[in-house]
Ligand binder design. Structure first.
Ligand code: ADP
Ligand code: TYD
Length: 211
């Protein structure tokens, strides 16, 4: 008897601002016919919290307050969007998740990884099945990001040194979580990267007996 609830697959994209991860998250979701979501945001309440986080000047929130706001947004996103999709047996792709807090607030903006981990365990307690870190040179990525001028540039305004610390933090995730994190070279044409990501995602899904 198969009493177990169907379990979907949770795939995330991570990387520095302008790395190209949103482009790749969109491409993979489309190729797989998967749900696409993002952080901060991904549910009505979390999108409201997003505005508090990405607009305004860099000193608006302390790193500690940021951890609380990102975790509050994530909790709503998990409750309303991610868990329901997984319980329905779907593949869901998120443009950023908890690894962003580990790297931005836990390492690059401040050394608060212990507090990030405590809150994650108490309030989120969910990890992706597969994570693609789009690894792009910060000078290339910063030029791409600032070219967009979206008005959501609070973190990008922290500058190039900050972006270099972020890149190191994202690369370190592949060592910390070798079972789920895959590093993808981001300094290539978007279609080439997308083909690489799709091949790896399909292999992972086949291994899981999904699709
Ligand atoms: P992120 O989500 O990491 O900030 P985006 O996917 O939004 O990055 O891409 C930032 C900008 O760079 C966009 O204008 C996008 O069209 C462009 N871009 C994305 N991927 C590449 C790539 N591989 N090569 C060149 N430009 C890219
Ligand atoms: P995002 O919309 O992904 O920006 P971009 O497309 O420029 O990469 O994320 C907004 C900003 O929030 C981004 O600079 C990264 C930051 N962020 C954190 O600092 N911690 C987090 O936990 C998350 C999810 C995002």
């Amino acid at each position: 008897m198969s009493g177990a609830a169907p379990r979907g697959v949770f795939i995330t994209f991570e990387g520095i601002d302008g790395s190209g991860k949103s482009t790749q998250a969109r491409a993979l979701a489309e190729a797989l016919g998967a749900r696409l979501t993002r952080e901060p945001g991904g549910s009505v309440g979390a999108e409201e919290i997003r505005r508090l986080l990405v607009e305004g000047d860099a000193a608006r929130w302390s790193p500690e307050t940021e951890i609380l706001l990102f975790t509050a947004a994530r909790r709503d996103h998990v409750e309303k969007t991610i868990r329901p999709a997984l319980e329905a047996g779907l593949v869901i792709v998120s443009d950023r998740f908890a690894d962003s807090t580990r790297v931005y607030q836990g390492a690059a903006r401040a050394a608060l990884r212990g507090k990030v981990d405590l809150l994650h365990e108490a309030m989120i307690a969910l990890e992706p099945d597969l994570t693609f870190v789009i690894d792009t040179d910060p000078d290339v990525a910063l030029a791409r990001g600032l070219a967009r001028r979206s008005g959501e540039d609070r973190f990008e305004s922290l500058g190039a040194g900050f972006q270099h610390r972020l890149r190191a933090g994202f690369r370190a995730l592949a060592t910390e979580y070798p079972d789920r994190v895959v590093l993808i070279a981001g300094d290539r044409a978007p279609d080439t990267i997308a083909a690489d990501v799709l091949t790896r995602a399909r292999a992972f899904l086949a291994e899981r007996g999904h699709g």
